[in-house]
Write a protein that binds this ligand. Structure first.
Ligand code: C2E
Ligand code: MG
Ligand code: MG
Length: 530
């Protein structure tokens, strides 16, 4: 039966047609035609013939009118159907690359992919989900603008689609793509991941620039009969994040340990939130010793956290979580306020050194926040030294310069921490006015064993001297290292040899009783004065 007659309108049309035919048959049977003719001629004087004629014309006109309306209605319906299809496409596709989006992925009713094997039985086809995230995409936007970034994404999408087995490619937003590879044997998934990386990393020419981006890839197989497709996509995502954390252009198959890591991380985040609220994270203080006079010239505040279940969590772990979750500002302000109050008990010439994390440099109000904490706790700005790493200056050097200038103007000193481990140490030294550079402890650890390291430390100290910037050597653990540094004229020393980070209650006795340094083990001419 034609489709039209299956619709409501079609059914109505059939019913009316049937009614008309029935009435016509009844009319013929009862000879109503002759009766009508007789009626019209009997009442012709009263205009019955004209009325009958008008009714016939009216009926025909109504028929034409209805036919026209039906055509209109059809057109209207076509427009509506096409608008609906357009809206559906818009909701389920990414406009830029024209690939289906996350919504399409979630909404898609995935058929069970099966194949018939030689043995006549049907087997589940291998389906592997790949999650791809570009590495270094942001720098493309910075270099060639957003339109250039768009062009790159379009090209990347094309390249991914061109790889065999990339049956369904989705763009999940930003620079993240998901590929459902159907029929890709599990043993070839690793090769496929490498193909993906190769496809993405080939240079892409935009506005005369040969742009190169990387790709991190995570993947896992889909257990079709046991789980929704999203579950496999989630695992592929976790594997991708793990690959990304290990550096660019890596690919990894999902492992259950990755899930454990995420679960642990989530529970740590909850505990950290509570710890910050309860002020359970405390500053410890590690002495900084003036190598020219032997006096303690400062203390570096280092955050310490022992969770309620007695686990000691290292600062690099919880500071990282605080940075990612935006808790760093609250943690920082609390620790700084406490450290300022502790520092009031020390000699006036002992400075408080405090670490800033790189994400804090994105906070335009940072300088005023710091100065407000100082004022609220009555610590003079000149007694505070802020330690920042080179990474903190990379993201937005101009904004960083504004913050550092404001702090400098108020009298706060600035130290460049972990010097030599970041991106562009010399460029940083040329750009900002630092009061101090802290040579990273990795250079001191192999000091005396590795001649090249020794030369680098020598050069760093010479650089500091010529720029009139004080140098601190971090991580001094033994007399051999200390002796070398004394001979080279390093200004300040920090390390377990002088003292480990200690709670505030031990700082005063440390200052009064002095360090447990065996002067007999120092070179006679350079021995630290008493
Ligand atoms: P950092 O600022 O370079 O701090 C020096 C690190 O070296 C500290 O580790 C300190 O305990 C360790 N250290 C000092 N002397 C020696 C030594 O002789 N031998 C060895 N092996 N290690 C030594 P810690 O406390 O684990 O802190 C690690 C990093 O975490 C710090 O590196 C700093 O970047 C960050 N951090 C610590 N506390 C805070 C904080 O309150 N705020 C921020 N933003 N970062 C912090
Ligand atoms: Mg530091
Ligand atoms: Mg350091």
């Amino acid at each position: 039966m034609p489709v039209f007659f299956q619709s409501r309108a079609g059914r109505q049309c059939l019913s009316i047609l049937a009614l008309g035919v029935t009435l016509w048959i009844i009319g013929i049977t009862l000879d109503l035609g002759n009766w009508l003719a007789a009626f019209v001629s009997a009442f012709r004087d009263y205009g019955a013939d004209k009325l009958a004629f008008a009714l016939v014309i009216g009926g025909a006109m109504s028929f034409v009118y209805s036919a026209l309306r039906i055509v209109d209605l059809r057109r209207e319906m076509e427009v509506r159907v096409s608008a609906q299809a357009k809206a559906d496409w818009t909701a389920t596709h990414d406009h830029l690359t024209k690939l289906p989006n996350r919504y399409a992925f979630e909404r898609k009713v995935i058929p069970r992919w099966t194949t018939s094997e030689d043995d006549g039985e049907s087997h589940m086809t291998d389906v592997t989900i790949f999650s791809v995230d570009l590495d270094g995409f942001k720098k493309v936007n910075d270099l060639v603008g957003h339109s250039g970034g768009d062009a790159l994404l379009i090209e990347v999408a094309k390249r991914i689609c061109a790889i065999g087995h990339a049956d369904c490619v989705y763009r999940f937003g930003g620079d993240e793509f998901v590929i459902v590879a159907v029929g890709l044997p599990a043993r070839q998934a690793d090769r496929f991941a490498r193909l993906l990386i190769q496809a993405v990393t080939r240079p892409i020419h935009i506005d005369g620039f040969a742009m190169e981006v990387g790709a991190s890839v995570g993947y896992d197989g889909w257990a079709q009969d046991r789980e929704p497709l999203e579950a496999a996509a989630q695992r592929a995502d976790l594997a991708m994040y793990e690959a990304k954390s290990r550096g660019p252009n890596r690919h990894m198959l999902f492992e259950p340990a990755m899930q454990d890591k995420v679960t642990k991380r989530a529970s740590l985040e909850t505990k950290l939130r509570a710890a910050i609220q309860k002020k359970a994270i405390r500053p410890f203080y590690q002495p900084l010793v003036n190598l020219k006079t032997g006096d303690v010239c400062g203390f570096e505040a280092l955050a310490r956290w022992t969770s309620e279940d007695g686990e000691t969590i290292p600062p690099v772990v919880f500071i990282g979580i605080a940075e990612e979750t935006g808790m760093i500002t609250a943690l920082f302000e609390d620790l700084l306020a406490r450290a300022c109050r502790d520092a009031l008990d020390w000699d006036e010439n002992i400075v408080l050194s405090f670490n800033l994390s790189p994400v804090q440099m994105e906070d335009r109000l940072l300088a005023s926040r710091i100065l407000r904490v100082l004022a609220a706790n009555d610590l003079p700005a000149a007694r505070l030294e802020i330690e920042i790493t080179e990474n903190a200056l990379i993201k937005d050097p101009d904004a960083a310069a504004l913050i550092l200038d404001e702090l400098h103007a108020a009298g706060v000193k600035i130290a460049l921490d972990d010097f030599g481990t970041g991106y562009s140490s010399l460029a940083q030294l040329a750009r900002y006015r630092f009061d101090k550079i802290k040579i990273d402890r990795s250079f001191i650890a192999t000091y005396g064993e590795d001649e090249r390291q020794e030369k680098i430390v020598r050069a760093m100290l010479a650089l500091g001297r010529s720029l009139n910037i004080q140098t601190t050597a971090e991580g001094i653990e033994d007399y051999r290292q200390l002796n070398h540094l004394l001979q080279l004229g390093c200004d300040i020393g920090q390390g377990y040899l002088f003292g480990k980070p200690m709670p505030s209650g031990e700082v005063l006795s440390f200052i009064n009783e002095g360090r447990d340094i065996d002067r007999a083990r120092l070179p006679v001419t350079l021995a630290l004065p008493h």
